[in-house]
Design a binder for this molecule. Structure first.
Ligand code: TXA
Ligand code: MG
Length: 329
């Protein structure tokens, strides 16, 4: 049975006790819900991979209450320090060389010599990290390859019965995962667009390399960020992108003024606001998938979303939702 804990001091204390005992606890961050485990406990990390059905080659992000705690486990450079000052706490993850002294279990980095570190801003996450007093490894709290959870109910639907508890902190405000930036190499590299727009990052540290293909990524340093694997965030129904019209068997994921003729619509943002669209994306994919299947529809047609600011991350998630599924490859 999975406990649903309230975001009260008692609920947070109970969640922290469970984490320290090696159990798994899902909790909200400002991006999406994470599936937390004590990052220094190899058994807890193995349980995260098992609960998600996640391939062991895909490393986990470690969460800390502040930059000082994070940099005790990785070696920062001046760019990382600038970014931490500008965006932490917040939706930015930085990949850096791991310190030899770090107690984080090697499973978190999936055998890489780097670690991905993040300081979340959400009050619930902050309270839990402070109470737990250990680094907390947390991938998004969904089954591997499925749509990320932005509400406690999504976590329960995916992982109920497989984890000890969910700390219910209400809906995640941003709705898209953190931006993942690799600062371990010679130049900064965008591994995943996310909650901090790349334009804001470039305003602080200058140009960031991006837009590499999966083949280039794999060639550059082993499998550089397995999160680059294409099919991900996938609802059960296939997704068609940049829809200009809507077919009789399709449900509509709209942005702005909806295309005419859809029997079933989820509008990401009627006013074409990208922050609102990001916050409503994953909940919308889940809802539309369920409702469309119940109505016997065969596909989700997604209208185009501009690729600037948060739109880059929204397009990234939509492209992966539409990519050929692993079982089709
Ligand atoms: O917003 C978020 O980042 C959420 C919340 C819970 O913090 N977490 C999240 O974790 O999205 P996950 O596991 O779903 O995605 C982490 C991404 C993956 O693409 C993974 O491959 C990459 O970060 N990653 C983790 N460690 C890495 C490393 N050492 N080197 C390169 N990529 C890494
Ligand atoms: Mg994920």
């Amino acid at each position: 049975m999975t406990l649903c804990l309230p975001a009260t001091p008692d609920g947070v204390a109970a969640a922290a006790d469970l984490l320290r005992a090696g159990e798994l606890v899902a909790f909200a961050t400002e991006t999406v819900y994470g599936l937390g485990g004590d990052a220094t406990n190899g058994r807890a990390l193995a349980a995260i991979f098992a609960a998600k059905g996640r391939p062991h080659f895909n490393p986990l992000i470690c969460h800390f209450a502040d930059a000082g705690a994070a940099f005790a486990h990785v070696q920062p450079n001046p760019l990382a320090e600038k970014l931490a000052a500008a965006f932490w706490p917040g939706p930015l993850t930085i990949v850096l060389p791991r310190r030899a002294t770090s107690r984080v279990d090697m499973l978190a980095g999936a055998g890489l010599d780097t670690l991905a570190v993040r300081v979340p801003a959400h009050a619930c996450a902050q309270a839990l990290l402070c109470a737990a007093g250990v680094p907390v490894a947390a991938p998004s709290a969904n089954r591997s390859g499925a749509v990320s959870p932005t509400e406690a109910a999504h976590v329960m639907a995916d992982l109920g019965g497989r984890i000890a508890a969910v700390l219910d902190c209400g809906p995640a405000a941003i709705g898209l995962e953190s931006t993942v930036l690799d600062l371990a190499g010679e130049r900064p590299f965008l591994l995943r667009p996310g909650g901090v727009p790349i334009e804001s990052i470039e305003a602080v540290i200058g140009a960031v390399a991006r837009g590499i293909t999966r083949a280039q990524a794999e060639a550059s340093r082993g499998l550089r960020s397995p999160g680059l694997l294409e099919s991900h965030y996938a609802p059960r129904l296939p997704v068609r992108l940049d829809a200009q019209s809507i077919g009789a068997n399709e449900a509509l994921l709209a942005f702005g003024a909806p295309l005419p003729g859809a029997g079933l619509t989820w509008n990401l943002s009627a006013g074409s606001n990208l922050s609102e669209a990001a916050a409503r994306l994953f909940a919308g994919l889940r809802w539309l998938d369920e409702a469309a299947i119940a109505q016997g529809l065969a596909r989700i047609a997604a209208m185009g979303v501009p690729a600037a600011g948060l739109g880059l991350a929204i397009n990234d998630r939509l492209q992966r939702a539409a990519a050929p599924r692993k079982k089709d490859l």
